[in-house]
Design a protein around this ligand. Structure first.
Ligand code: GUN
Length: 294
């Protein structure tokens, strides 16, 4: 049974080891990749993501800075902080954790980040480059999904890929990435969303089913083709464990779908660790670009 699991934790560990080596080599040339993570407020989900990102950055050997701003901070102050880091040569990557409090214009904040330091890949310049297959920084979750598929030996070229969910964070970019005429892509991609008629008729055709619907049990076994590869991007908080940690589940009926799929990512331990790892990879890339090494 466990042979069906795609361990994002294990693939992430391998990539982080590679990045550790690359960072050590960069340091010998006087380049220390620098990452700042900016957290506004104290949403528990955001706190836990940012903590994990900082931990990974330190383990790999980055110069890492954590900024914690109160939820009531003004938009102008946040923009001023971003401007400071845009001009700071020790910082190669700037990450503002989303979502932001309602009184701050998220679009304005994302536009303010120097596209060359946009390690999240959210700036419209980088989104546009991704669409034409010239991305410098791919958004981390979709990039992590592509890496998981490639490193698990899943054939993407020519595959029927069905994506459920059209968010700017996951659904739209993973569809754009996997349809590129490039190695590790070149798939036939269908994107389903809340306006889709007869969702199951689409999902049942998928060789690779990528689910980012934001809802537990959005995908049940009757919606999955025998032998499909299932990537569950959902992170739903469904209570707390005995140790007081958040209890998570994905968007897929895991126990049910396990019986018919060939491979599936668990939640937690699937896509999540890959998102953080791709942020680290983007930061190394940003440092190399800034140093003229790429
Ligand atoms: N919130 C949820 N996912 C992400 C992410 O990948 N990057 C940022 N900045 N915020 C997020």
């Amino acid at each position: 049974m466990t042979t069906k699991l795609i361990s994002g934790s294990e693939v992430a560990r391998q990539i982080r080891e590679e990045l550790k080596g690359e960072t050590a080599r960069l340091k010998e040339r006087g380049v220390v990749p620098g990452l700042v993570t900016i957290l506004v407020g104290d949403d528990p989900g955001s706190v836990s993501y940012v903590t994990a990102k900082q931990k990974a950055a330190k383990e790999i050997g980055f110069h890492s800075v954590q900024e914690n701003l109160p939820a009531a901070i003004g938009e102008a102050e946040l923009l001023a902080m971003i401007d400071r880091y845009n001009r700071d040569p020790r910082i190669h990557g700037i990450l503002v954790q989303l979502p932001l409090p309602k009184h701050i214009n998220e679009t304005k904040v994302l536009y303010a980040i120097d596209p060359n330091k946009d390690v999240d890949g959210f700036h419209p310049m980088n989104v546009g480059k991704m669409m034409i297959g010239e991305a410098a920084f791919l958004p981390c979750t979709p990039a992590g999904i592509q890496q998981l598929l490639i490193r698990s030996g899943v054939k993407i070229e020519g595959a029927e890929v069905v994506v459920v969910g059209r968010s700017n964070l996951v659904g739209k970019p993973i569809a754009a990435i996997l349809m590129q005429k490039q190695p590790g892509a070149n798939a036939t991609v269908t994107l389903c969303h809340t306006g889709t008629r007869d969702m199951a008729s689409h999902t049942r055709r998928a060789d690779i089913l990528i689910v980012a619907a934001g809802k537990p049990n959005a995908i049940t076994p009757d919606m999955v083709k025998e032998g499909a590869v299932v990537i569950d991007v959902g992170v739903n908080r469904i209570g707390t464990t005995a140790e007081g940690k958040a209890k998570l589940c994905g968007d897929v009926d895991f126990a049910g779908v396990l019986n018919c799929c060939s491979l599936i990512t668990p939640v937690p331990g699937g896509v999540g660790p890959m998102t953080i790892t791709m942020l680290m990879e983007n930061t190394v890339k940003a440092a190399k670009l800034a140093a003229g090494l790429e």
